[in-house]
Design a protein. Structure first.
Length: 342
């Protein structure tokens, strides 16, 4: 099978597509023939060993010395069940599925193994493989942080990085909760973010979000460009600060700020739960959630996809078309929010 492999840390060009042995199934596992996958910020950071401040000395021990311990990256994909080993699976050969595996990774290949209990669900019937592949990472991350932030109807939420994969999902999930949402983004992305349901936007290139006099119940920061003190200053008393990207200092300071400060800080890895992915699919089926796609590239151009993510200004997800059906739709329509009546 073809697989994208990182033999060392470095720029996008270190990722090359090679022939690798197809994985062999053990009991309790499902083999998925990958039609589409994505290059996420997690993939790009791991490829370059680019970690938040303070984690640099720990990163090689965690992820591998000299090269990623898991040479084939990729945390999400959509495809077709090719084989099932053992009994007790709800899937059969030929089923269309979408899944995420942020621990084992390996989605940047023509075949990917999932365990029976992993975050793998039937693909929403209204989505293409390209659209479905872009659903799990941003959606699961946003859903987990908003849950931990206890966002409820009527509250005011600020999403920093509202046009990205996590941010665009957060805007839609928050509106499904009937919260008031303000998205921080560039002027070029204003219409996109408003189209996703945001009530207002802030252009960070022209305005300082901390100096506008607005106060929020919850701030979700997907970028990591502001300090805890800066973000806490725009929270109402008892507000919640959700840090998707947190430095080591912020991780350590969070509990103390929560105990003695004006904000409850939530940071750390997001959960990857099967029932959460099922909830996302249900929202897609109800036309309350739409994947947002920045670009679609053929699998062999994966280095270009990494470069696009490295640029820091993508809108939603950068998708790789791996299988024949996904590749046939390379020049088809993008997944626009208006398709879902948002």
């Amino acid at each position: 099978m073809r697989a994208a492999v990182c033999h060392r840390y470095g720029p996008p060009e270190v990722v090359v597509v090679e022939e690798r042995p197809a994985p062999k199934l053990r009991a309790g596992e499902i083999l998925v023939r990958v039609e589409a996958t994505t290059v996420t910020t997690a993939d790009a950071r791991l490829r370059a060993l680019r970690v938040p401040s303070g984690f640099g000395c720990l990163a090689p021990a965690l992820f591998g010395f000299g090269a990623p311990r898991r040479a084939t990256l990729g945390v999400e994909c959509a495809g077709v069940v090719d084989a099932v080993s053992g009994t007790g699976s709800r899937f059969r050969v030929g089923d269309r599925v979408v899944g995420m595996d942020g621990v084992s990774m390996g989605c940047h290949a023509e075949y990917k193994v999932f365990s029976f209990g992993s975050a793998l669900v039937p693909m929403p019937p209204g989505l293409t493989f390209v659209e479905a592949a872009s659903l799990p990472f941003g959606g699961l991350t946003a859903l987990d942080f908003l849950r931990r932030g206890r966002l409820v109807a009527g509250e005011r939420l600020l999403v920093v990085g509202a046009a990205g994969s996590v941010g665009s999902a957060a805007v839609q999930l928050a509106k499904a909760t009937r919260a008031h949402v303000t998205g921080v983004c560039r002027a070029a992305n204003r219409e996109l973010v408003l189209g996703l349901g945001a009530d207002a936007t802030i252009d960070y290139t022209r305005e300082d979000m901390t100096k506008l006099g607005e106060r929020y119940d919850v701030v979700l920061d997907t970028v990591g460009s502001a300090s805890i003190a800066e973000l806490a200053s725009i929270l109402r008393p008892g507000g919640r600060l959700l840090l998707v990207v947190a430095s080591l200092w912020q991780m350590l300071a969070g509990p103390w700020v929560s105990l003695f400060g004006r904000a409850h800080v939530v940071a750390g890895p997001s959960a990857e739960r099967l029932d959460d992915l099922e909830q996302l699919v249900a929202l897609v089926n109800r036309r309350r959630l739409a994947p947002v796609i920045d670009d679609v590239l053929p699998f062999e151009r994966i280095a270009e996809a990494h470069a696009r993510v490295d640029g820091g200004h993508k809108r939603g997800s950068v998708v790789l078309a791996v299988g024949a059906e996904a590749r046939d739709g390379l020049h088809g329509r993008r997944c626009e929010p208006a398709r879902f009546g948002l």
